[in-house]
Design a protein around this ligand. Structure first.
Ligand SMILES: [Cu+2]
Length: 348
């Protein structure tokens, strides 16, 4: 009884850690274990294959080991050294050939999948072309065929192949939407990486930067929003002819222009030193990590998120390049006013 309790006590921390680890996998929109498209299903299939092979090998090896341990254990009164066996060509061949076959069984679909993952659809007329640029710590998405640029929310039509070309403005980042595809690095300008994925189901999928890129690397999130073909067209239309809405109060509008529009753009596709703010009120999050959703435990109303961000950007994403609006001469009341204006700047 004492022994059992001690064993339980020793195992408890490990079980707790394992529980925590598994809980981390629970996010539906951020899990390779719940693939939502053909590319992610391919990786998942490889995981299933390799885990199945491992389980079969494990079962066979442990069964043989257990059998040998029991069958050949020393019996009472048996004192002589058992017959010594050395070298067996048959066995040597057997345990060389079996692993070789297993490696081939793993390698063929893996190599096939690796080449399929590099399929970039760059010359596919039907594919939607998106140029992704990584910035510390946000994502820029340019729809090259439509001359539309946005940030943080990647809107895509359901079922269509999206042909990506990726690069970075600063350091290495890695573009990753776990439930839709594998990772791909963004390299400094000039070295462009390409790949493609599609999302057959409508929904919102979380994306992450998967390459350590600075203090706020862990917060470098984005969303992929898969919408119907009509909704996508509607979104493109409203982004192509964007309406530059400014704060109603003329004094505030002037302040906003002077402090914010030197880096950001509204209703304009020109300046992209910082995330384009056109229709920011319709986005899924502020700064990629403050979720605009008061129905979720980790979400909040968009205006509140904007206030959190604008009053102290460094507290949300340490090391980010946006100056504190207070240092740009905005008062607390003006910051609240801009937050309210941006929250209501929605795409129609
Ligand atoms: Cu990163």
């Amino acid at each position: 009884m004492m022994k059992t309790w001690q064993a339980v006590k020793r195992l408890l921390p490990m079980t707790a850690m394992f529980g925590l680890f598994l809980a981390g996998c629970g996010r539906e929109d951020l899990s390779v274990l719940r693939p939502q498209g053909p590319q992610a299903e391919m990786s998942y299939g490889l995981m299933e294959l390799s885990i199945s092979i491992m389980i079969v090998v494990l079962l066979i090896v442990f069964t043989i080991a257990a059998y040998v341990l029991i069958r050949f254990r020393r019996k009472p009164g048996q004192n002589e050294i058992p017959e010594q066996v050395e070298g067996s060509i048959k066995l040597e061949i057997l345990w060389t050939v079996i692993p070789l076959i297993l490696v081939v069984v793993l390698a063929v679909p893996t190599v096939k999948a690796v080449f399929a993952a590099g399929d970039d659809h760059a010359n596919d007329k039907d594919a939607i072309k998106v140029k992704v640029t990584g910035h510390q710590y946000w994502w820029e998405f340019e729809y090259t065929d439509y001359k539309v640029t946005t940030a943080q929310d990647l809107i895509i039509p359901v079922g269509k192949d999206i042909a990506f070309e990726l690069e970075t403005k600063d350091v290495l980042h890695s573009f990753w939407v776990p439930s839709l595809s594998g990772k791909i690095d963004t390299n400094p300008a000039g070295t462009i990486n390409r790949f493609s994925f599609s999302a057959p189901n409508e929904g919102v999928y979380r994306g992450k930067c998967a390459e350590l890129c600075g203090p706020s690397h862990g917060f470098m999130e984005f969303k992929v929003k898969s919408v119907s073909e009509q909704d996508f067209q509607k979104w493109i239309d409203s982004m192509k002819a964007p309406v530059a809405v400014l704060p109603e109060d003329p004094a505030l509008a002037e302040k906003f222009k002077a402090a914010c529009l030197t880096c950001h753009a509204v209703g304009d596709q020109g300046i992209n030193n910082a995330p384009n703010l056109t229709g920011i009120g319709s986005r899924e999050s502020i700064a990629g990590i403050l979720l605009n959703d008061d129905t979720r435990e980790d979400g909040a109303p968009i205006e509140e998120n904007l206030k959190t961000w604008l009053h102290d950007p460094q507290s949300v994403k340490p090391g980010n390049l946006m100056p504190n609006p207070k240092d740009l001469g905005l008062s607390d009341a003006e910051i609240d006013g801009i937050a309210e204006y941006l929250a209501n700047y929605k795409l129609d």
